[in-house]
Write a protein that binds this ligand. Structure first.
Ligand code: FES
Length: 145
């Protein structure tokens, strides 16, 4: 049911934890399943994400996608991080079962929420970033996979 990569990132998640005084912190939940993800990003003066950590209180797919998402955004610029969509994360994990696709939306939204927090703290506007939702359950329902 799950790919080897999903199982690997679920059993050995990368970048679990918190960053003290992170440049940006984003928390996103899904009211339907009750799962919550918090993403911490450190961003240097050149707009490069130097560190990414996460805490996920959720299902295995949510843990695996947040682990992969942190791996994908580390070392990337803010604009590159915006390309790390839930589909990109799923592809990097060799796919997810259809009923678990919504879990990967948490990772995408948590990245956006952390970037939004960073932008607000620094009084800047990030091109292409819209205000993230704190609860993705409605969006997950509407998405057509
Ligand atoms: Fe809630 Fe996976 S079941 S995020």
């Amino acid at each position: 049911m799950y790919s080897e990569k999903v199982m690997d990132h679920f059993q050995n998640p990368r970048n679990v934890g918190e960053i003290e005084n992170a440049s940006g912190v984003g928390t996103v939940g899904n009211a339907k399943c009750g799962d919550i993800m918090r993403m911490f990003l450190d961003i240097d003066e050149n707009g490069v994400i130097t560190e990414a950590k996460f805490k996920t209180f959720g299902c295995g797919a949510a843990v695996a996608t947040s682990s992969m998402a942190t791996e994908l955004v580390k070392g990337r610029t803010i604009q590159e991080a915006l390309q790390v969509t839930n589909r990109a994360v799923m592809e990097a994990l060799d796919g997810l079962p259809p009923v678990k696709v919504h879990c990967s939306l948490l990772a995408e939204e948590a990245i956006h929420a952390a970037l939004w927090d960073y932008a607000e703290k620094n009084h800047i506007r990030i091109e292409g970033l819209e205000k993230p939702k704190s609860d993705i359950s409605e969006e997950a329902d509407e998405e057509d996979y």
